[in-house]
Design a protein around this ligand. Structure first.
Ligand SMILES: [Zn+2]
Length: 251
């Protein structure tokens, strides 16, 4: 599965071309990774998974994502200054998600497009990086008919072991543009937090504490302490409006 493409170094100048999204033109640099395989069971992308690289630079992350020994990859990498590299064709299965589940389904790699952002979670994601991400998301969502509920963080699908993209990632900015979901301002009610979490997409098998931590990192980044009414109300609203049965056809 990893032998189709030759091992690569960084050959930016000769490799620069657009592979997938003509609208972004030269904004996307093609830097092939050998770390991919075919999507399994005829699956196509229904999710987009956001990551941060937690590396010293975008170039260091690019080298690792293209290193056959690392056995990791993503479809796209976005630098802090807005440069975008594509490493794996969207039709192919990149190795970014690992073990985890969302919406009652495993093998997230076969169901998703993976996007890495050059950040380690300790500082804000830059405006050029977010603008590049927004352009990329719009194209991916259009090509694969993915609605805003299909955009998730790595921590959402693997809350027991992953923290990216973390509480500094600006989900609200994406939600305002219809690229992500966000709970209603006046959500209220006394739902069953873990049941609603499962309906929204989280796997309850990870346990209430891990799911609450992942949920808060994304939707209530300044919340602390035990589960409270605001958590329950927000999760109930998300489950009601964006439950897993609606992924792929939510507008
Ligand atoms: Zn990740």
């Amino acid at each position: 599965m990893a032998t189709v493409m030759p091992a690569t170094g960084i050959r930016r100048a000769s490799a620069k071309r657009c592979r997938t999204d003509p609208a972004m033109g030269d904004a996307i640099r093609w830097q092939p990774s050998p770390n991919f395989g075919p999507r399994r069971d005829g699956l196509t992308p229904e999710l987009i998974v956001i990551h941060y690289t937690a590396m010293s630079s975008a170039e260091a992350a690019l080298a690792r994502l293209c290193d056959p020994a690392a056995e990791v990859s993503a479809h796209y990498l976005i630098a802090g200054d807005g440069r975008v590299w594509q490493m794996v064709e969207e039709m192919q299965r990149a190795w970014h998600a690992g073990a985890g589940r969302w919406g009652g389904q495993g093998d997230v790699n076969s169901r998703s497009v993976g996007i890495e952002l050059d950040n380690d979670g300790t500082y804000p994601f830059s405006d050029p990086q977010m603008r590049a991400l927004e352009g990329l998301l719009a194209g991916i969502m259009d090509r694969w008919r993915i609605g805003p509920a299909g955009l998730i963080g790595h921590s959402d699908m693997a809350p027991d072991r992953k923290f990216d993209p973390g509480p500094r990632f600006d989900w609200v900015r994406l939600a305002r543009q219809g690229l992500a979901v966000w709970p209603g301002q006046d959500a209220c009610g006394e739902g069953d937090f873990i049941a609603d979490a499962a309906r929204f997409g989280y796997d309850p098998e990870y346990g209430a504490d891990a799911v609450l931590a992942a949920f808060r990192a994304r939707f209530r980044p300044f919340a602390t302490g035990p589960l409270c009414a605001a958590d329950t109300a927000a999760m109930q609203d998300l489950a009601h409006r964006f439950g897993v049965d609606r992924i792929g056809n939510s507008a």
